[in-house]
Design a protein around this ligand. Structure first.
Ligand SMILES: NC(=O)C1=CN([C@@H]2O[C@H](COP(=O)(O)OP(=O)(O)OC[C@H]3O[C@@H](n4cnc5c(N)ncnc54)[C@H](O)[C@@H]3O)[C@@H](O)[C@H]2O)C=CC1
Ligand SMILES: Cc1ncc2c(c1O)C(=O)OC2
Length: 346
């Protein structure tokens, strides 16, 4: 498993990094036992230092808390782990029965979360994250989902204010970097055009794309942006490369349920059918195809995968080093399962 230099962070990272939404009960309450096994599997399947992606939002701090607890239980040396914490939400006491943020997404939470994007707010996210991590610390930090923060603007003046908040948050993160507290500053978002906007205004070391460059979706404009990032020496993590599980048969596509009722949904289901048929014909595991595709564009150093079950981690990690035959990729292009003009693979 070949490690690569990660943007301007100075870190050498493995081709697979571990996402941790499931430790925060995204879409389902995962038993604590399974979470313990998931963290242990990370260290069994990838040579240290292992790279973990988390966020204060994941389970309103639950994901960070469990990471800290399990690393300590496994006696992991802090030098053997890199934790990337996406900042924007702080843990708050739970008032009432249900958390108020992202209803329907998180299950079995003990806390609520509040969005805090500003100079002071982002520092609160950072410090609280390190408290939740206990003996460990975030070595990388980013602003989480600036796309959603901007999309919530009610008018142009509000949007301008929100950009100001984001820039102030980055001013604070830049200080953490120049003080030597963190190794790099980045961004994590599902709308890659918002990442491009941030890159135009802020000096980033790395970015995390989510739901954006996948076997299902790979617009040429994004490929051009990735090339630009690569030339500028900005690191790239590719996340949610199964489009939140949809490509593998899950019911969520980019974190919304596909019911099959709209024309768009029918197209998605039709795509999946054609993808699965091709995988069967060439005897390629769908997850392996998604992972190879997600790493095929130069400039991407790693994919972020998350798992609610400890059982598929070994398989997923093994798949990252595998390669499907070129004939499989040309077939996907011929069948328009992937864009025939995609310049890599096959
Ligand atoms: N805004 C941001 O910055 C975002 C960051 N992320 C990061 O990326 C990570 C991965 O995203 P996910 O939400 O997990 O989306 P994903 O596209 O990786 O899909 C995950 C789903 O696929 C399943 N799965 C994983 N490996 C499998 C296998 N080998 N066989 C069958 N099923 C398998 C998982 O159990 C889960 O249901 C997150 O944990 C997070 O760290 C994800 C989304 C947004
Ligand atoms: C809004 C939202 N939905 C799902 C996910 C994230 C997110 O920010 C994330 O970072 O990982 C999965």
């Amino acid at each position: 498993m070949q490690r690569q230099l990660f943007g301007k962070t100075g870190l050498r990272i493995p081709p697979v990094v571990f996402g941790s939404t499931s430790l925060g009960n995204l879409f389902a309450e995962v038993p604590d036992e399974a979470k313990q096994q998931v963290v242990a599997e990370w260290f069994r399947r990838v040579e240290a230092p292992v790279f973990i992606d988390s966020a204060g939002k994941y389970g309103a701090g639950m994901s960070l808390e469990i990471i800290g607890r399990e690393l300590a239980r496994l006696n992991i040396d802090p030098a053997d782990v890199v934790i990337s914490n996406k900042l924007a939400w702080t843990r708050q006491p739970l008032v009432g029965d249900e958390p108020t943020f992202e209803p329907g997404a998180w299950f079995g939470l003990t806390h609520d979360a509040r969005q805090e994007i500003s100079y002071e707010g982002i520092l609160r996210c950072y410090h609280q994250g390190n408290e939740l991590l206990g003996d460990y610390q975030a070595g990388l930090v980013s602003v989480h989902d600036p796309d959603e923060y901007l999309a919530a603007a009610v008018d142009p003046a509000d949007r301008k204010q929100r950009w100001h908040d984001i820039e102030e948050a980055y001013r604070a993160l830049g200080e953490l970097r120049s003080d030597g507290k963190v190794l790099g500053v980045g961004v994590g978002a599902k709308d890659w055009t918002s990442i491009r906007h941030v890159c135009d205004r802020v000096d980033l070391d790395w970015v995390m794309l989510a739901n954006s460059l996948t076997i299902m979706k790979h617009p040429p404009e994004l490929l051009a942006f990735i090339e630009q990032l690569d030339e500028a020496g900005v690191g790239i993590l590719n996340a949610a490369v199964f489009n939140a599980g949809f490509a593998l048969g899950g019911k969520f596509y980019d974190y919304r349920v596909v019911t099959g009722e709209s024309a768009e949904d029918r197209e998605l289901l039709d795509w999946r059918q054609r993808f699965q048929t091709a995988c069967q014909r060439f005897d390629v595991a769908p997850a392996a195809a998604c992972l190879e595709f997600a790493r095929s564009v130069p400039g991407i150093q790693a994919v972020a995968i998350s798992s609610s079950s400890p059982h598929n981690i070994a398989r997923t990690v093994a798949a990252v080093d595998g390669a499907a035959p070129p004939s499989f990729w040309s077939h996907l292009k011929e069948m328009h399962v992937i864009d025939p003009s995609f310049p890599f693979l096959g």
